[in-house]
Structures are given as structure tokens and as C-alpha cells.
Design a binder for this molecule. Sequence first.
Ligand code: PMP
Length: 304
Amino acid sequence: STSYPEHIWHNGRIKPWAEATVHVMAHGLHYGSSVFEGIRSYPTPNGQAIFRLGEHLRRLYASAKIYDMPIPYDLDTLATACREVIKANGLARAYLRPIAYRGLGGFGLSAETPVDVAVAAWHMGPYLGPDVLEAGIDACVSSWQRFAPNTIPAGAKAGGNYLNGQLVAREARRLGFGEGIALASTGLLSEGAGENLFLVFDGALHTTPVSAALLNGITRNTIITLARDAGIEVVERDLPREYLYLCDELFMCGTAAEITPIRSVDGRPVGTGQPGPLTRRMQSLFFGLFDGSTPDTRGWLDYV
Ligand code: PMP
């Protein structure tokens, strides 16, 4: 049985988990009209810190702007809510889930419903399984494509997008893979079901561009920034599917997935079939932000 945290922030106040409910006729439930974030907090030598809280919340407002969905709380209020739910649940580290959704107030697609907001927090280990950060995963290219530009905007982190993500992820699991990788409508590489992609060629990082219908991930941006600071070349470029089979190293990244090595794609080993040295280096630079071995020069740690 799943056990839930005790408290959740909902429409302005902390409530018992069981009271934070939605009506069955809520617009967001029927039509996917919600925008959300996934944020992690980590214990650090200076106390628990929420990673890039401001950037995540700004992306939440950006997603809401795309869907013309006014969020009735300001950013500082939601930032405070994030800190409060961590404390209210006594979590030493957390996965935070702010969500704004169209509530009860009309059945038409263009209905001006109230926009309800919640922030949940719970404990989440490595997203793709217990040992994956060390061992890596076996991935496959999905038979499901990423949605095309100007259909569903990939730049919004909206609930409805994750119908596509569920098709990709569930197909991969059904076939025995750790995660699925989607191609864009162009046939070029896009991203994982809920993760961005990095390929390594000759000591340089190559990542797919936002034009490939992907979410402009904050972990992706973190990796690009840390790599450039360390003098590692980073190239954002169109990449064809077969480069997954030819690269020296490959990894996925996201708030939930952190930095997960990929050891094979479609049954072909990536490089040696083991997580490679640049993947390990990026993991150690990334996780170093939380043990203090990577200095937080950009104010990415927001202390609870
Ligand atoms: N792509 C998709 C589709 C995602 O859902 C996520 C997770 N939010 C990412 C990429 C990674 O984004 P971030 O690093 O901001 O968590």
C-alpha cells in the first residue's frame, strides 16, 4: 500500500493530505488543462536546499502563460509554499510538485474556470529505479513520436503533454526497457519520456535542441553550465537516431532522473556498455552541488 505524506498546500493553506481533493468535473481532469513542476530538495552541509526553485517556478508561470491560465498566487507565495510543505511533512529531502489546474467552473474547452493551485512534497528516490545512477539503464527508441511543433507546445510543462510521455514510458517498460526515447516529428532525436538527452562524442557533450519538441530542462541547463565552466565543450544540435548507437556515452537527465547513464539502446551497447568517464564526471559535478564539492556560484541552492 502507498503511504502519503501528511500535509499538502492547496489554494493558500496547508491541509491534511486527505482534504486536498478535486471535483470529478474539474476542467483539468477532463482536458489535461494543468501546468506543473517537478523540483527536488537535497540535504547540504548548510542545511536542506531546494534546487533552482526560482527557475522552476518561473517555468510554471511560463507554462501557464502559454495556456492563458492566470495563476492566482505570486511567485514568492508559491516559493514559501514549497518550503512550508517540506517542513510540514518533516522531509529531509523532497520531490516537490507545484501544480495549477483549471478547476470546476465550466465544461467548454474555452471555459474561464477558477485556477486552483497545490504544492505537494514527498520522498522520491532515483526515478528510474534503485541502482540506475550507478549501473545505468537499457533504453529503446519508442514507436511513439513526440508531438509536432504547433500542435501541443513542448515548451509548456502541461498535464496533457504527459499522455505522450505515458505512451513512451509504458511501451518501454512493457518491452523490458528502463526508459523510452522519442523521436521528433522530423524523425530526429527529441528526448526521453520525462528526461532530456546527452550524447558524448570525442569528449564533447551533444544535446538535442529545443526545436526538437522537447522540454527545455533545468537539469539540461545545469549540465550545460557546469560543463562549460569546467571547459567541456557542449553542442546543441540536431541528432539522428543512429547516433544513439554510435556515441561514446549517453545519459538522460531531469529533476526526477537526475543524471541516469544509458548503457544500451535498442539492444546495442553504448560505448563499452558501462557508464563512461564524462557521464561520471557530470554526475560528480552535479551531485557535488549538494555535498559542497561543486561551488554554488550562481545561487542555485535555495535554503529551506
Ligand atoms: N523533458 C520532459 C518531457 C520532462 O517531463 C522533464 C522533467 N520535468 C524533463 C525533460 C527534464 O526537465 P527538468 O530538468 O527541468 O526537470
